[in-house]
Design a protein around this ligand. Sequence first.
Ligand SMILES: [Fe+2]
Length: 206
Amino acid sequence: MTASPDDTPYDLSRYVRDVGTLFDRGLDLEERVRLIAQCKRRLVNGGQALPARLGVPDPSAPYTRNLAHVDPQGRFVVIVLVWGAYQETTIHDHSNWCVVGVHAGTAHVTDYDRLDDESNPDAAELIVRGSSMAFTGAVLALLPPSRSNIHKMANASRAPMLSIHTYGDPGTRANVFHLKTGTREVMELKFHNIPEGVAPESVRLV
Ligand SMILES: [Fe+2]
């Protein structure tokens, strides 16, 4: 029997195609992100291995960011994060929407509320809003404005963790917050294990 397209495994390339199709439908932001999260849930629960290069850690990185896909129309990027034991991000925000799926391992996510009015560009006063565990197969979605989505993500254990992040921004710049000093700065984020022929500076979204 010949498999129909719907019987084929739901892998990264099918996910990327579906996300592109959702953009083509002209949905509003919230509905589009909700449906992207559904696709992401299917991807991280589908049991399909990622291309091997996307799981390669960079030993010099605080956590590894492997660029998986740049939408040719500049609407989104997909990045695979490879986490060693207890590795974690800084406290940061996202200027646009973001959908994260835990492909393997367990994440610990801490969310923050911003208390100041942003009148001082170098300062920020944060308070922990809460934290949660995200196990293999879990999906989290964030929306703008950036002050509402400030968080830190970590590998909750010694076991390796893989997560798949889809962003409506290039994923190369974020506000980073320092709790103890009450300060904020802009941080440029790097990609690791860049495949030959891909220039990271080419990651520009519309
Ligand atoms: Fe994030």
